[in-house]
Design a protein around this ligand. Structure first.
Ligand SMILES: CC(C)(COP(=O)(O)OP(=O)(O)OC[C@H]1O[C@@H](n2cnc3c(N)ncnc32)[C@H](O)[C@@H]1OP(=O)(O)O)[C@@H](O)C(=O)NCCC(=O)NCCS
Length: 193
């Protein structure tokens, strides 16, 4: 798999945070909060053990698509969250589909609740959008969530992302319930940094 994020000059600093590539040593730090029910409740995979999480981390090219978000607390640097930045294809008719390849960024996030409520996730995702429309030259950014995941859609609205769909009972939660989903997007020309 091509490493599309290597064209960015890492790390990337924001006002309070640092975004960097992930490495295998991050597994244990991530597990500290990725094992919490509040965190796994709405995300795609909720491995039950550190071993399962380690397999997910390595098997699913996780480090290639996810960025580590670090905060300097004054007593040291802490890994407080991850932002997924996956470069995906747009849709195009068959005669032009080649031109729709790799033109969109699909974003995701998960943060340690110990650092929630201070705007850190918003700041990190804002930086990821900036990378999509800046050095990566993408034309559109998308993200999806369960409709019941209010902190997530509030984050997208805080960033000025535009709601594009509300899917009725289209997403199967691991509880067994088919739940509503929501999708947000932003075009490069809509982005006001
Ligand atoms: C989604 C998630 C990252 C949101 O966390 P969050 O703490 O609400 O987000 P932020 O860190 O951006 O903080 C925003 C909050 O801090 C407040 N805040 C304080 N200072 C702020 C600042 N400088 N800038 C922005 N917001 C600030 C905001 O008002 C907001 O609070 P509110 O929701 O009560 O209005 C978090 O809930 C999470 O990781 N959940 C588990 C994983 C998950 O669901 N991932 C998404 C799957 S689709």
């Amino acid at each position: 798999m091509e490493d599309a994020l290597k064209k960015i000059s890492w790390p990337v600093s924001t006002e309070r945070l640092r975004l960097r590539r992930m490495n295998s040593a991050d597994v244990d730090s991530l597990w500290r909060y990725r094992q919490l029910a509040d965190v796994t409740q709405w995300i795609t995979a909720g491995p039950a053990t550190l071993e399962d999480f380690r397999s997910l981390f390595f098997a699913k090219v996780y480090p290639l698509k996810n960025l580590a978000v670090e905060l300097d607390t004054g007593q040291g640097t802490v890994l407080i969250g991850t932002v997924m930045l996956d470069i995906v294809d747009g849709w195009g008719q068959s005669e032009v589909e080649q031109s729709a390849k790799g033109v969109e960024g699909n974003l995701g996030w998960s943060f340690d609740p110990a650092y929630g409520g201070k705007g850190y996730a918003t700041e990190a995702v804002r930086a990821a959008i900036g990378l999509c429309f800046g050095p990566l030259g993408l034309r559109r950014v998308t993200a999806e969530c369960f409709a019941a995941n209010e902190p997530s859609w509030k984050l997208m609205e805080r960033l000025g992302m535009r709601k594009e769909f509300h899917g009725r009972k289209d997403s199967l939660h691991r509880s067994g319930e088919w739940m509503d989903s929501m999708g947000y997007a932003l075009l490069a020309e809509e982005w006001i940094d």
